[in-house]
Ligand binder design. Structure first.
Ligand code: NDP
Length: 247
C-alpha cells in the first residue's frame, strides 16, 4: 500500500510511533525516525526495520526545536530523494489540575505537541509542495475534542493540532497533499502505563468496548491515511477509541 514511499515518523522510538514505523515498513515504505537519546531500543528498532527491507534513517532531533527539525528534514530529503509521508506523532503529557499547573508544564506540552507539529509540517510541506504529493497524518487525541480534567495543557495542544491540520489541509489540497488527524482514545503505551489504577478503571468504564486499544489499532489507520486509498480524504479527524467519544 505504501511501496517505495518515504516516510518520516516523529516520536518513532516507542509506543504508537514505533508501531506506525513497523506497519509502514511492513508495507514497503522507507522510514526516517528521530530520537532524543540514542538507546539500545532505538538501535534494535532500526535493525528490525532494515530486516523488513526498508531503507532506514534515524537522527537526533527534538521536534520543539525548529533548527533541529529543519536539519533533520534536509537530511531525510538528501538520503531518500522525496518525502511522501509525514506522521507527527511525538508527544508528551504533563498532567495536573489547572489551578496547580505551572506555566512551564503548560509551555512544555504546547512546545512539543503543537509547535513540534508546526515545525515538522512547515519543513516537510515545502518539500511536498514541490513534489505535488504528500500525506500528512497528525496524531491528536480524543481529549482535544472532548476535554479531560487534569489535562488542560494536553487538551489545548491536541485541539490546536486539529485546527492546525484543518487549516493546512485547506492550504495544501490543491498541491495534492492530504492532511488528516487521528484521535486515539486510550492506548496501551508508556504514556498510559503511568496512570494510577483508579484513573485507568474510570477510563475503561467510559469505553463502550471496555478495553484499551493497542498501538496497532492506530497504526492500521495511519497506514490507510498514508496510502492512496485515502486520496479523497483531507481535513478529517478520525477517532480510534473503542467508541469512547462519539459526536
Ligand atoms: P510514548 O510516551 O510511548 O512515546 C512518545 C514518543 O514521542 C517517544 O518516541 C518520544 O521519544 C517522542 N517524543 C517526546 N518528546 C519529543 C520531542 N521533544 N522530540 C522528539 N520526540 C519526542 O507515547 P504514545 O506512543 O502513547 O503517544 C504517541 C502519540 O499519540 C502522542 O502524540 C500522544 O499524545 C498520542 N496519543 C496517545 C494516546 C495513548 O493513550 N497512549 C491517546 C491519544 C493520543 P523519546 O523516546 O525520546 O522519549
Amino acid at each position: 500500500m505504501v511501496e517505495n514511499k518515504n516516510a518520516i515518523i516523529t516520536g518513532g522510538t516507542r509506543g504508537i510511533g514505533r508501531e506506525i514505523a513497523r506497519t509502514l515498513a511492513q508495507n514497503g515504505a522507507n522510514i526516517a525516525i528521530n530520537y532524543r537519546n540514542y538507546t539500545e531500543e532505538v538501535e534494535k528498532l532500526v535493525e528490525e526495520l532494515k530486516s523488513l527491507g526498508a531503507k532506514v534513517l534515524a537522527s537526533k532531533c527534538d521536534v520543539s526545536n525548529s533548527e533541529e527539525v529543519n536539519n533533520f528534514v534536509k537530511e531525510v530529503k538528501e538520503a531518500f530523494g522525496t518525502i511522501d509521508i509525514l506522521v507527527n506523532n511525538a508527544g508528551i503529557t504533563k498532567d495536573g489540575l489547572l489551578i496547580r499547573m505551572s506555566e512551564k508544564d503548560f509551555n512544555d506540552v504546547i512546545d512539543i505537541n503543537l509547535k513540534g507539529t508546526f515545525n515538522t509540517t512547515k519543513a516537510v510541506s515545502s518539500v511536498m509542495i514541490k513534489q505535488r504529493y504528500g500525506k500528512i497524518i497528525n496524531i491528536a487525541s480524543v481529549v482535544g475534542i472532548a476535554g479531560n480534567a487534569g489535562q488542560c495543557n494536553y487538551a489545548a495542544s491536541k485541539a490546536g493540532i486539529i485546527g492546525f491540520s484543518k487549516s493546512a489541509a485547506r492550504e495544501l489540497a490543491l498541491r495534492n497533499i492530504n492532511v488528516n488527524c487521528i484521535a486515539p482514545g486510550y492506548i496501551d503505551t508508556d504514556m498510559t502505563k503511568v496512570l494510577p489504577d483508579k484513573i485507568k478503571e474510570e477510563v475503561l468504564k467510559s469505553i463502550p468496548m471496555k478495553k484499551m486499544g493497542e498501538p496497532k489499532d492506530v497504526a492500521n489507520l495511519a497506514l490507510f491515511l498514508a496510502s492512496n486509498l485515502s486520496d479523497y480524504i483531507t481535513g478529517q479527524v478520525i477517532n480510534v477509541d473503542g467508541g469512547m467519544v462519539m459526536l
